[in-house]
Design a protein around this ligand. Structure first.
Ligand code: GTP
Ligand code: MG
Length: 190
């Protein structure tokens, strides 16, 4: 079978439940959006091949997961908390934990990016763009506000990440690089 790509990249989206990881993958791979919230139990798999500087880059295993993909009980606790408004801005504070998690479990040279998703809901904004930018600068990580719903910056996010990994400096290690996107819901999802 002829190879249909030049490079193979693996992507991982991590972040709190409800921030929009599945929707970002769905927007990127199918260019579609769903308003129904069905928490991912386990992981989502998507694939898309993109073109950068004439090279075909296959983004495989676009994985979205939350670390506590626990059962119904945990899920109910989370959604209840969301509905009570108790978790406002919580997913943002949690980014530091997600980054620590990456540092503990992934190789040091892994490409990272922070996404502030749901930027279409500006009237319900809980975290300012400046706060997001500041956090990203603290960690030396790129930052983009995205919307899986309207599509704002979704292509940019994945292409920027893939381009950074494909940069001449990194190129020789491409196959061993895993990139991780940490996304946070700037807003309540209800
Ligand atoms: P888990 O699978 O539980 O980890 O959650 P998740 O991060 O995959 O969240 P998901 O993508 O399922 O989105 C949760 C809810 O937020 C859904 O109701 C989506 O419709 C909504 N949502 C996701 N992205 C956006 C966005 O960019 N804008 C708006 N307005 N809603 C969004
Ligand atoms: Mg999901």
């Amino acid at each position: 079978i002829a190879k249909t790509y030049d490079y193979l990249l693996k992507l991982l989206l991590i972040g709190d439940s409800g921030v929009g990881k599945t929707c970002l993958l769905f927007r990127f791979s199918e260019d579609a959006f769903n308003t129904t919230f069905i928490a991912t139990i386990g992981i989502d798999f998507k694939i898309r091949t993109i073109d950068i500087e004439g090279k075909k880059i296959k983004l495989q295993d676009l994985v979205s997961f939350n670390l506590d993909t626990a059962g119904q009980e945990r899920f109910r606790t989370i959604t209840t908390a969301y509905y009570r408004g108790a978790m406002v801005s919580h997913s943002f504070d949690n980014i530091r934990n997600w980054i620590r998690n990456i540092e503990e479990h992934a190789s040091a040279d892994v490409e990272k990016m922070v996404l502030g998703n749901k930027c279409d809901m500006n009237d319900k904004r809980q975290v300012s763009r400046e706060r997001g930018e500041k956090l990203a600068i603290d960690y030396g990580i790129k930052f983009l506000e995205t919307s899986a719903k309207s599509g704002i910056n979704v292509e940019e996010a994945f292409f920027t990440l893939a381009t950074d990994i494909m940069s001449p400096l990194n190129r020789k290690m491409v196959s061993s690089l895993t990139c991780i996107i940490s996304s946070y819901g700037t807003f309540l999802h209800v």
